[in-house]
Design a protein around this ligand. Structure first.
Ligand code: SF4
Ligand code: SF4
Length: 79
């Protein structure tokens, strides 16, 4: 398992934006509190309704040998 760094490659590969649990209002927020890449950033400050997590389909997850879910709720992946 490798630590996930905040870099352009990982930001582009993150599919949190397609996740059903991802709060739809994030695009309206001026202060970008919903950056995705929660496996690197850690928990979201917003309340997440856990109605599915698609991290298992994500290239970042695969490239780093991760197996977790709901990083937006549980916090960053342990590196
Ligand atoms: S593993 Fe999950 S939190 Fe991490 S980049 Fe992929 S979709 Fe986003
Ligand atoms: S960490 Fe998982 S549940 Fe949270 S927004 Fe990303 S894909 Fe969805």
């Amino acid at each position: 398992m490798k630590e996930v760094h905040v870099n352009l490659h990982n930001i582009r590969n993150c599919i949190c934006g397609k996740c059903p649990s991802f709060p739809g209002k994030w695009r309206e927020m001026a202060h970008a509190d919903m950056p995705g890449l929660f496996c690197a950033h850690g928990k979201s400050k917003l309340e997440i309704e856990q109605i599915g997590c698609i991290c298992g389909e994500c290239a970042v997850q695969q490239e780093h040998g991760l197996a977790g879910m709901y990083y937006c709720v549980n916090g960053r992946a342990a590196g």
